[in-house]
Design a protein around this ligand. Sequence first.
Ligand code: SF4
Ligand code: SF4
Length: 396
Amino acid sequence: MKYRKVAKNGDELSVLGYGCMRLPTKAGRIDKDRALSQIRGAIDRGVNYIDTAYPYHAGESESFLGKYVLKDGYREKVKVATKLPVFLVKKNEDMMKYFEKQREKLQIEIIDYYLLHMLNGDSWAAMKSLGIISFMDQLKKDGKIFNMGFSFHGKVEDFKKIIDDYDWDFCQIQLNILDENYQAGIEGLNYASERDIAVIIMEPLRGGQLVKMIPKEVKKLWDTADVKYTPAEWALRWLWNLPNVTMILSGMNVEEHIDENIKIAGIVEPDHLTEKELEIINQVKEQYQKLLEIDCTGCGYCSVCPAGINIPYAFQTYNNAKMFSKMQHLGMYAGVVGLTKEVPKWTTTCLDCGLCESHCPQFIPIRQEFKKVQSTIETPIVRGLVKVIRPFAKSR
Ligand code: SF4
Ligand code: SF4
């Protein structure tokens, strides 16, 4: 296993961290024996960082780690990371309430790496107004946590502001060969690491999209390389090639994948890819860009929409549906847009004001592109079905 140093504390973290969001399950619960053997097996082979969060596995992930994984001397072998569920914090006292619950579930005194979960510009502002800064300072002062960080899903400008707003030790961002310029992206990675803030990468395989279904055009390009890596290995190597990536978190639950990841994590060095390999990766990125029919970078500048339509989400889901599995993305989209709001914010509710287009740095004819969304993932049938399901979903 290779290790990389955290600038602010000197910790040598394994380049592969164990994400506990997608543990193997049996009858809807964590498959205890299998997950235990997988995680401890990875620790025995050098993984020294486990990442979990309050809501993972409907709250079971933290208790599972506390009850089983971190016993028998395993607590001492790993750094434990978990996250304050920012989205549940409504008042200052909630912060300590959740923190203490998490320590109790994990059955540990000190949380090595503590994160604010899923920050963006708005949630950071809300948390600051509730007194999060003095809360974080106090946790450190009392020795209840060692390192403070945040995981991020938002615009890169907000990421930089958050980085500048506090003396963070580390942060966690989404990065993969498709999302180089999405959310914090490479720009955010560089910004944080220039300030000695360790950067942990999540979604290195884009939730499995980069490995589950490979468009034939992309497969052809991978085949031109002299070395034969799997798409997963290419994706991981691209990230580990970046010297300022501290660690990649992988939510592993299949033994062969764990073996493969650990094997690669034992040999990768920063800047190890050859020029030719980097060129192939660039061609793959370009190919994916071509396949991405709507050239939306997800910057969110169009969030001024008075109708409340989540434009980047609609475009991202459309692209994913075209490139990967239509049914999977259609289902997710229908659930998120159709069932989670008081009133569904379909693209058909567009008021035709044009405000979004005047803000879009990519000059996307957004209203015109809505037609693509409406003919695939937001058809009258989808909207009709959601209308039928909504009363039942609401009464649950
Ligand atoms: S044109 Fe439609 S999508 Fe764009 S800002 Fe106006 S209401 Fe929103
Ligand atoms: S539609 Fe344009 S403004 Fe909106 S997220 Fe995409 S690129 Fe950004």
